[in-house]
Design a protein around this ligand. Structure first.
Ligand code: HEC
Length: 176
């Protein structure tokens, strides 16, 4: 076989092997959404329910499972597609009751963030996520991506869930 051809073949085989190795992951899989690879943990739900602090804590697992699909693993969102950044958001880091209401019941525009008009709609998660999961994911969001907001407890979420039990449509900013 021609030396050049052999080198070419060897390179092809190496590429194939490394591609196979990087694409398979025994504990789960990586999915690339936007600019950040997001780790999808098949045990996330179980870990969260037990309150176990896995890699990055249970809130990170909930975030990767649900929120990252829109707000991205980096928390930067896609403002041009009406998805606001959670990174640097004053609403995310301030009064805890606001992000809790948003995750429970959803949120709809128009809003303006960093000079950009955003007019999207986020669904309610009250039927999918427990008080503990909402507390975990918001605690993660408030302390990640350069954010610094206090942690949220399941009791705080429970109280707001009860207070707002008559709510069936997403909040607008002025209703929060
Ligand atoms: C299907 C897409 C989608 C998913 C999934 C999603 N969001 Fe959102 N989120 C949005 C959109 C769109 C908005 C803005 C709606 C508007 O125009 O007011 C938003 C807004 C927000 C805001 C308000 C931010 C601000 O600065 O105003 C918070 C907080 C938030 N989301 C948290 C979360 C969390 C936590 C999760 C995961 C539990 C999540 N979102 C999942 C689409 C999504």
């Amino acid at each position: 076989m021609h030396a050049g051809t052999r080198t070419l073949l060897r390179t092809a085989v190496l590429l194939l092997v490394s591609a196979t190795l990087t694409s398979c992951n025994i504990q789960g899989f990586f999915t690339s959404i936007g600019d950040d690879p997001v780790f999808v943990d098949p045990n996330a739900a179980a870990a969260s329910a037990s309150g176990a602090t896995a890699d990055g804590g249970p809130g990170k697992a909930v975030y990767g499972r649900i929120c990252a699909a829109c707000h991205l693993g980096s928390g930067k969102g896609v403002p041009a597609n009406n998805i606001p950044a959670l990174a640097g958001s004053a609403l995310v880091q301030g009064d805890a009751s606001l992000p809790i209401k948003i995750v429970l019941h959803g949120f709809r525009g128009p809003i303006e963030r960093n000079g950009v008009q955003i007019n999207g709609q986020m669904a309610a998660w009250k039927d999918q996520l427990s008080d503990q999961e909402i507390a975990d994911v918001l605690s993660y969001v408030r302390s990640s991506f350069g954010n610094s907001g206090a942690a949220i407890t399941a009791d705080e979420v429970k109280a707001i869930r009860e207070e707002t039990s008559g709510r069936f449509v997403p909040y607008t900013e002025s209703e929060l």
